[in-house]
Write a protein that binds this ligand. Structure first.
Ligand code: C5P
Length: 239
């Protein structure tokens, strides 16, 4: 049983470990406490630090969201998701644009795993970096919001546990997809913190009230001189 389960804890903040190497990431993690947050490992850090790094985080009792956004033929994604699950991660994701068969294969692959601890399987709908023009160029008509809703419904219908979405979309998705569907929202900025390159932001409290299940927070915590304090303040604001 995982540390968090044993303790009956479910921290809402997923810290985006956007560091260029394992050493800097580990140094940062030393100052954290697994009862206060989970950790998100993305493509850059995974490419340099790999599965051993992810396993070392899990060994320290952190639960890990492996954010590799798989998008490939069903068989390849199924195998990749299984490999991630065997690492012991808490959450893993795929692109909903990979389609129903790909998502079902991923879901099936996890269901077939012979291990007690299985990751949550989440889909990315439309990347928040894409605007209507970008969607049109790749043959998707309709607004980003319409595409997000259609793909989120498809993801739910294909057995996904939830989607990654902007906090702005969380309200509509929560209403359409029900309480049990997991909504993971980046673009979170505590009151007064630097917006960086994020376009449409919400505070942690606003995002939770809009229906978010988990908040992805990177730079407001990782670039802070007092990361633990920022994390504790966020936790307090949504308690
Ligand atoms: O530093 P910041 O809080 O902006 O980090 C947000 C994290 O969430 C980054 O790892 C970024 O890649 C990720 N993300 C995002 N927007 C999405 C999907 C993922 O910002 N739509």
């Amino acid at each position: 049983m995982s540390f968090l389960k044993k303790e009956g804890l479910d921290p809402k903040v997923l810290i985006a470990l956007d560091f260029a190497d394992a050493q800097s990431a580990l140094l940062f993690v030393e100052g954290l406490d697994p009862s206060l947050c989970r950790l998100k490992v993305g493509k850059e850090l995974f490419a340099v630090a790999g599965p051993e790094f992810v396993k070392s985080l899990i060994k320290k009792d952190f639960e890990v969201f492996l954010d590799l956004k798989y998008h490939d033929i069903p068989n390849t994604v199924a195998k990749a998701v299984q490999a991630a699950a065997r690492m012991g991660v808490w959450m893993v994701n795929v692109h909903a644009l990979g389609g129903r068969k790909m998502m079902q294969a991923a879901q099936q692959a996890i269901a077939e795993l012979n291990q007690p601890k299985k990751p949550l399987l989440i889909a990315v709908t439309i990347l928040t970096s894409m605007e209507q023009d970008d969607l049109q160029e790749i043959g998707l008509s309709g607004s980003p919001q319409e595409n997000v809703m259609r793909l989120a419904r498809l993801a739910q219908d294909s057995g996904m546990d939830g989607v990654v979405c902007s906090a702005q979309e969380a309200g509509d998705l929560r209403e359409a997809l029900g309480e049990a569907f997991c909504l993971v929202t980046p673009g979170i900025r505590p009151q007064g913190s630097d917006v960086n390159d994020q376009k449409r932001i919400m505070t942690p409290k606003e995002a939770m009230e809009a229906g978010a299940s988990y908040l992805v927070v990177g730079r407001p915590i990782t670039q802070s001189v007092t990361p633990l304090q920022v994390l504790q303040d966020i936790n307090q604001s949504i308690a």
